[in-house]
Design a protein around this ligand. Structure first.
Ligand code: BTN
Length: 273
């Protein structure tokens, strides 16, 4: 049932830092920095990482004034309407081979938290979460290198909770929605954040196993369908989505049955209408 029509957006409640700290107290964070307003939580987390932030250091903001998306796009976070947070992930021993899976890890964590709310999310590769074919969450994974080695990944996650978090359509590059518009009732943002972080810890423990990749693949949007793949150089190609490779790259097949992979990077994918 499409509940969107029956939902009337209501008042905004701002997060309270002490409630945030209390609800996350069971999660083994490497630290928590909360801002009523900041430029971008990814920028704050990158600066903190440079000062030595530990694994699972979390930066959370009620409002971002210069939130960033992929390909230098802007990301809107008006106060009281969304989740905007960034986690510093330092590869644990044995995780070095799995860092290419970290953005999928964020997407899977959001999916699991949405499924707990009876929703049916999909992942538009590499890491946008969709509800009803519309984007509800964007993820920006930024890697900090130390020579040849990954020092850390800052995983920034933005979730549209209320309809007011969705920017006007002329500013969107993909149709978007919010959780409350889809579910037709209020959603507690702090509970949602806790559920996302708990799911992230759960899936992180399974990254090296097939279970994680299978779960990600099961959530893959447009699987078996034709999509347009567009690279930064604006080269467009039509292909069918086949599945995922072990390193998280996307496996596709062209019209003549030739199978090819797309690695992470500035690649955009959209359905062929
Ligand atoms: C995208 O869809 O292009 C990615 C959007 C990522 C937005 C989040 S919100 C928290 C974090 N801080 C940012 O500036 N960006 C990410």
């Amino acid at each position: 049932m499409n509940t969107r029509r029956f939902y009337t957006p209501g008042a905004f409640y701002l997060m309270e830092e002490h409630s945030l700290r209390r609800i996350l107290s069971d999660i083994p964070l490497g630290g928590l920095r909360y801002f009523e307003q900041t430029g971008s939580t990814n920028d704050v987390a990158l600066a903190w990482a440079a000062e030595g932030a530990p694994d699972l250091a979390l930066v959370c903001a009620e409002e971002q004034t210069s939130g960033r998306g992929r390909s230098d796009r802007r990301w809107f976070t008006p106060p009281g309407t969304a989740l905007a947070f960034s986690l510093v992930l330092r590869p644990l021993p044995g995780e070095e081979q799995s860092v290419t899976l970290f953005s999928g890890l964020g997407a899977m964590a959001v999916c699991q938290a949405l499924e707990m709310r009876e929703l049916h999310p999909e992942i538009k590769w590499p890491n946008d979460v969709l509800l009803n074919h519309c984007k509800v969450c964007g993820i920006l994974a930024e890697t900090v290198w130390m020579g040849e080695r990954v020092d850390c990944i800052v995983l920034g996650i933005g979730v549209n909770v209320k309809p007011e978090a969705v920017p006007p359509s002329d500013l969107l590059n993909f149709p978007s929605t919010s959780i409350e518009a889809e579910i037709g009732k209020r959603v507690d943002r702090l509970n949602l954040l806790r559920d996302i972080l708990q799911a992230l810890l759960y899936w992180r423990g399974l990254l090296a196993r097939d279970d994680f990749l299978n779960a990600w693949e099961k959530h893959l949007a447009f699987r078996g369908e034709q999509v347009e793949i567009r690279t930064e150089e604006d080269l467009a190609r039509i292909a069918k989505v086949e599945g995922l490779e072990r390193d998280g790259s996307l496996r596709l097949s062209s019209y003549d049955g030739q199978v090819f992979m797309v690695q992470f990077g500035e690649v955009h994918l959209r359905p062929v209408l």
